[in-house]
Design a protein. Structure first.
Length: 270
């Protein structure tokens, strides 16, 4: 599940961070790192177990985003399920906000939990989610991905005040990314669902992948919503995984990427 050569992965991450090309010592086969980002956990459900099992059958680790209001009651069965999977070391849970709500204000403007809702609202929701998850598991979240992938300047300010959240799922090129301080970004450079939420389409994925593939495509967080998968959706998901494995992608957890980033930074220092 981890890169065959840790030194190669470190070299790759260092070159990603500096924008410089890798040295001649790098093997001809480049290492490409993929992170599975699965959204909207809100309770125990057989579809999550199936999603994890299908991934594990391919030696693929996954990260699951919790809508943390679902932990407000600290349901023992739900907490035990989270701990069971976290303890395997093959599943990582992340902060997907508190309530995942959107609404329209009196002026007709569309708002969401982390889009236009204001600094106080956003920080309160982040901290409630951090506290609830820590109560359940003993440790705080270290990863954040916003509902609807919406972030604004207030989101950046709130996140910058919460050092526990070290990794941020984001759209590549978002103006908010530059406002995040001391965070490691997990860019969603490959789209997992081409026919709408919970509807992966392997032929469309492959077509878009082939258009994007090139030396710059070395890291990809790929988003899915397994709770809404149909039978066909599960098949398209596994076809995507199998394809990426044949393309030489290595699947890692977000915290492993953080570890590699830290090692790369240390190796780059004189």
């Amino acid at each position: 599940m981890l890169p065959r050569s840790l030194s190669t992965a470190i070299l790759l991450l260092a070159s990603l961070g500096t924008g410089q090309s890798a040295t001649a010592a790098e093997p001809a086969t480049r290492q490409r790192l993929a992170i599975i980002k699965a959204d909207d956990v809100k309770g125990v459900n057989g579809k999550w177990d199936r999603f994890i099992a299908l991934s594990q059958q391919r030696d693929i680790v996954v990260s699951l985003g919790i809508i943390t209001e679902s932990l407000a009651t600290q349901d023992p069965k739900y907490v035990a399920w989270i701990k069971k999977w976290a303890d395997t070391g093959e599943v990582e849970f992340w902060n997907h906000g508190w309530d995942h709500k959107s609404w329209t204000d009196t002026a007709g403007k569309k708002l969401s939990e982390f889009g236009g809702s204001g600094l106080e609202h956003q920080k309160d929701h982040l901290l409630k989610a951090q506290s609830s998850f820590k109560t359940a598991t003993g440790s705080p979240y270290t990863i954040f991905g916003s509902p609807f992938n919406a972030m604004d300047g207030d989101t950046a300010r709130a996140l910058n005040e919460i050092p526990e959240l070290k990794l941020i799922y984001c759209y590549p090129g978002s103006v908010v990314n530059a406002q995040l301080k001391g965070k490691v970004l997990l860019p969603m450079t490959l789209r997992g669902e081409h026919d709408g939420t919970s509807k992966p389409n392997f032929p469309k994925f492959k077509e878009e992948y082939q258009k994007k593939d090139g030396p710059a495509l070395n890291l990809a967080a790929i988003q899915f919503h397994p709770l809404g998968f149909s039978e066909e959706g599960f098949k398209h998901y596994t076809d995507i995984l199998d394809f990426l494995k044949t393309e030489g992608w290595t699947f890692i957890l977000p915290t492993k990427y953080l570890e590699l980033q830290t090692q790369a930074a240390a190796a780059a220092r004189p």
